[in-house]
Each structure stands twice: as C-alpha cells, then as structure tokens.
Design a protein around this ligand. Sequence first.
Ligand code: SF4
Length: 455
Amino acid sequence: MSQNPPSLRPDLAPAARITDAPRSGQPTIGMVSLGCPKALVDSERILTRLRAEGYGISPDYSGADAVIVNTCGFLDSAKAESLDAIGEALAENGRVIVTGCLGAEPEYITGAHPKVLAVTGPHQYEQVLDAVHTAVPPSPDPFIDLLPASGVKLTPRHYSYLKISEGCNHKCKFCIIPDMRGLLTSRPAKAVLREAEKLVESGVRELLVISQDTSAYGTDWKDRDEKFPILSLARDLGSLGAWVRMHYVYPYPHVRELVPLMADGLVLPYLDIPFQHAHPDTLKRMARPAAAARTLDEIAAWREMCPDITLRSTFIVGYPGETEDEFQTLLDWLDEAQLDRVGCFQYENVEGARSNALPDHVPDEVKQDRWDRFMAKAQAISEAKLAAKVGTLMDIIIDDIDEDGIATCRTKADAPEIDGNLFIDEGTEGLSVGEIVSVEVDEAGEYDLWGRRVS
Ligand code: SF4
C-alpha cells in the first residue's frame, strides 16, 4: 500500500535534536522520540527530569548506557515504525526502555522484542524514571547538573511546544487515542502559564499550544469560572509577548470568541483545525465531534472577524464507506473553503479502532486516486494563495541561517515542520536565529515564499 509522504502525516513529529554533550563518567541515556508533537513534549519532560537527576543525554546509541524509545501507536504503520525503532536500539545499544502510546500494549512489544528492559505506557513519567534508575543508577552532582531554566528541549530554542491537556472525551471511530491516553485532563492554567513564562524568559519566541482537543481545554473542571477556559488561557498566553500558535482546535461555536484575540494580535491568526472530512454522512460514520456543524459558515465568520487568518487542516480520504459522491462533496467543500494549508492521509485500519469493523472498505487504488486528486486541488489553492502574497510586507521568524547566508524562516501563517517556509537568499548579515524581522515577499512557489529584508 502506498504511504503519504512524511510531511503530510499528521501523526509524525519532527525528529528529536539533542545537543548536550555528557561529561566523562556521567550515567548517560539516549532517547528516540517518535510520534506527534505531544509525544515530543513527553520526551522533553522525561529528559528534563533525567537531567535534573544528573544523567547525561547521549545523541547516539554508542554513548548511552541505556536508550528510551518513546513510541507512537496511532496507526498500524506508526506501530510498525515503533517496533523497528526498538529493534534498532536493541541491536545498536542492547539496553532499551520503551514508553509512549504503544507502551499501552506491553505484550505487543515484548512479543516482538522480549529483551526490552521495561515497558511503560503514555505519560507514565515516574515509571519511566524508575526503569531508568534500575537500569542505570543515577550519580547526581548538584554543582554540575543544573537544569537549564527551560528544561531540556528537543525543539530549537526559539520555539517550544506547550502541552495544555492530555486525553480526549470524544470517540472518533478511527482513533484509539482516548483508549491509550484516557479522558480529557487539563493542566491547571497556572501551571501552563508558569511553564510558558519560563520558556519565554529563556528565549522562546513562539509557543505552539498542543493537546488532543485544544478548544475543550478546561471543560473537564467541575468548578470553573468560565464556560470555556481556553479563552482566558489564550488571552494570558498572548500577553507574554511571544507568538502563540494554536493547534488541534475543533470547530466548536466558541471558537468564534477565540478569533477576535487573533484579530487583536494577542494570538497568531492561525487555526489548525482537523476537519477530517466534509460530507455529513462520512463525518457521522467517523463519529466526529461537531459533525453537524456548518463549517463553511464558521469559516466565513472567522474570516470576517480576522481577514488575515490562516486555516490549516487535515483530512482522511478513503474512509470506510466513502462513496465517490461523498468524496466529491469533500473536493467541492475544499474549493469553497479555500484552506491555506492542508494535510491529507489515506485511511488505514488501526488495531482496536472501531472503524475497522465498518462495512465497505475502500480499495487501496481508489484511496490513492482520491488522495492524488485531493492533493492536486489543495496544492493549486496553496499556490494561488501564496502568489497573492507577493509584494506584501510581513513579519517572519528566522529558524536557520546556513553557511551561505540563506535564512530559512516562517511567516505567521507557517507552523514549524508542517507548513511551508519563507527563504531570504541574501542580505542576512547580522541576523540571528529566533529573530523576528520584516520582509517583503518577492517570489512564491507551491508551498514556500521568498523575500527580502526591509528596514
Ligand atoms: S477528537 Fe477524535 S481524533 Fe481527536 S483525539 Fe479525540 S477521538 Fe481521537
């Protein structure tokens, strides 16, 4: 079966980057972090704790006394990738602790890899740490092992993921995340804000707010002052002076109250909303939240309030029972919705998902054909939207400057790793990574822009 390219797989997160060199004799742990940005945040937390306890972090297998593999179990292909990663870590290092989503099925892992030292489930931080302590006893040195104020970060220093809740109260039929991660549990707003403040103080210029269901943040609290606590959290995060980007927002009616914060410049005018499909029958078979929402009306309302808003979404094509007619509705919807950024993946069975049992699974070649048609349309929309930006001025954040002086940047419309880039080919002397500067856009491609600095 064909696979979507990694850039379009919503379950994939950027690879972990670890740069700290351990000191000689220090007990040292390696980390392989697979899966979504939420898993990446878990990896960061585990490494933060290990650093605080005096462990070194090894960027390779050979320098590590043991390796933690943080797994993903979202799709069967992701599970297979996790098993491969565990096998590689066993072959290269031999001492492997498994955690993350796939850890919810320990026998699946131990069946394939009986030699792993321990298996723990998602967000079982203490158990992972216990397993590390058993495998590699700590040797703390409080004078050397001072934790950086921002903790250990696997993302570049100028942006950071900020996880605001865990779990989900929905029961989408294709998804096993609620089984693996449990019901929605929101972090206290004070804790989220404290973490965000520390990140901003340590140089983070962009906060990427993530969860399974960001718009539902705080609705699991029995005693709450407001109906939708995401609104005040967004306002408070927006007051910290960093870019705040909201991911995984569902199109509930109260999103209309979030958009004015974007129009006011408190939060980036960017909504990452996983619509998944547009035909009401398909959405019903998926058991999607807000399946009955009139999403085109919502989109029109958001754009009226905030004309600059960028809308990103992901979709599934070839869901069981999807007829050509339903798919055509999705294409027509996309034509009308004119989303700025779109990811799409072909439906796959995932062990334990209720959608597996649905009738009328779509043949692989039909899925591929629909995916091709969907992406062709999405690409044409993206190209036209980017072409319209030529000649405009915009603020960009610099992610990288290479040895030839070419700067890879992002506009407010681009989330790191999943959206496009803006490149500055010359005149980057004196600029640094993480800086936010103004550019004039002078060229546009299918997904990327080029620009030049303006003073
Ligand atoms: S909203 Fe649906 S797809 Fe998203 S985590 Fe919850 S159950 Fe899964």
